[in-house]
Design a protein. Structure first.
Length: 179
């Protein structure tokens, strides 16, 4: 998910060019969040099919089916078999934070290569790197931040978190996610 955000460094408008690098959420995580938000807005007993979500949001079927099977295995969703089968939300989303969710889908959560597993790090600078400490601290702080946000809080329709689909107050152009 690449978000268009106002550039505070160069004030050149919306930061969407290559010179404006942003942290990105992997597509699988994005698909999972879209599906959970869709299901979160329905009564708990309602079943949602993969096809329903794919048709509504334009998500590739196989990718979403894979993500939902992971969430089923982790106990967040319950799969229902049959011609009218699908998934229903099982776990209370207040009990799952964003870091846990990303970890479920992506595996070990690390924003820099050497924070994953130093023994397997392929960075050629590892032995002479003078920013390992600060980068590990950055990684730790980012994970702490992600742990502070529950999925329920993130996926609320009337969330206090930033709603990127609204127009900024100081501009006529919209800030919508770009896929």
């Amino acid at each position: 998910m690449l978000l268009k955000v106002r550039c505070y460094w160069c004030d050149s408008g919306w930061a969407t060019s290559r010179r404006h690098r942003v942290l990105k959420v992997h597509r699988k995580v994005e698909y999972g969040l879209i599906a959970l938000r869709h299901m979160h807005g329905k009564p708990r007993e309602n079943i949602t099919s993969v096809r329903e979500i794919c048709n509504l949001y334009g998500i590739p079927f196989d990718a979403l089916a894979h993500v939902l099977s992971i969430l089923n295995a982790k106990g967040i969703l319950k799969s229902e078999q049959g011609t009218h089968g699908g998934y229903r939300l099982l776990e209370n989303l207040k009990n799952i934070n964003l870091a846990e969710f990303i970890g479920m889908i992506e595996g070990q959560l690390a924003w820099i290569e050497c924070a994953r597993d130093e023994a397997e790090c392929k960075c050629g600078l590892m032995e002479s790197c003078n920013i390992i400490g600060p980068m590990h601290d950055f990684n730790r702080r980012l994970i702490m931040f992600l742990k502070s946000i529950t999925l329920d809080e993130l996926l609320q329709l009337n969330s206090d978190l930033i709603n990127i689909s609204r127009k900024p107050a100081d501009s006529g152009s919209s800030a919508q996610p770009s896929h």
